[in-house]
Design a protein around this ligand. Sequence first.
Ligand SMILES: CC(C)=CCC[C@@H](C)[C@H]1CC[C@H]2C3=C(CC[C@]12C)[C@@]1(C)CC[C@H](O)C[C@@H]1CC3
Length: 363
Amino acid sequence: MADANLSLASNEGADLRSRGTAKDKSERAPGGYSRHWEQEGQPIEDDDKARDQRKAQYTDLVNDYYDATTDIYLEAWGESFHFCRFPRGPEPKATAISRHEHYIAHMMGLQPGMRVLDVGCGVGGPAKEIASYANCSIVGLNNNAYQVKKAQELAKKEGMDKSVEFVKGDFMTIPFPSNSFDAVYVIEATVHAPSLEDVYSEIFRVLKPGGTFGVFEWVMTDKFDSSNRKHMAIRLGIERGNGIPTIQTKNAAREAMRTAGFELTVAEDLAERDDPVGWWYVIAGDVKHAQSLQDWSVIVRNTKLGRVAVRLLVRGLEFVRYAPKGTAKITEELIIAGDALVLGGTSGVFTPMYLMVGKKPEA
Ligand SMILES: CC(C)=CCC[C@@H](C)[C@H]1CC[C@H]2C3=C(CC[C@]12C)[C@@]1(C)CC[C@H](O)C[C@@H]1CC3
């Protein structure tokens, strides 16, 4: 977690000492996350039994992951925990991230005054941006208590707490009545669910008839071949590094939308557009595209040399007890995430931006 202090820019200003206490984070130790993937220090076999076990334990898996990584994400990535396209070539990541948020709002036809639900809202970056862009009011739902608290604090500090609010709850049993939202969106969050059919069905339930659902889903593409060991290793690396029980294929995600009852109006992998810079370039440590100081600070630490420096620094800070126990371990998990995501992107077997828009029928 101490890689935070490598930051050249003072973007989110998170300091190790000011980070959430164990109490905020349900008394979980950061290193605890790896227990979902290892037994006696050895990786658990990648089979159906292990996947079923992770699905059954999705609440702990996801909470262990975000308790340990939220401050790192905030400091290194900003308040919007997702990827984006770079359709204009190199440009500041922050600009491209906002455009990605505007795009889903545009594709869903969000209108002023609508009541919108953001499922898996992180610390609220996208909700604040979309509420300002589309002039609607947004409720963010998240099952991680620490992220909800952060989201509430940040929205208040930025004077946005009139148009956005954040609620703790499980997206598998959404704590709102049926037919209560004009629109619902998900940005890279339902991949944490044990079943896409079930989470999309819950979203269908809370949408008003005629309402719209939009999602940027993490999926394995048509290039993914489950008999290819390299592809399987990429999928497992992405799952492990990102707190995911199991990643579905693009076809399964589309089918899940239909099974839930949606009329699918858009289904497109935005990573297939001919963009000059790939969505993964930042975590690939590709410094030649860096545009802003904030870009530099995250890209540099993802270079080969940057990773060595991060590892050494984190271990040192944990050794002198400046960083909490387990910080070095979660840093290794994030390195797994970065490597696997870059391989997923460059090989084309994975996308974090499968855009689907569906309508709940009027009748
Ligand atoms: C987990 C899901 C569903 C969404 C989060 C997407 C991204 C915001 C993260 C995925 C991998 C993360 C990594 C980092 C920041 C946040 C992500 C891009 C780091 C750049 C943070 C700093 C570390 O030193 C390296 C990390 C690599 C992975």
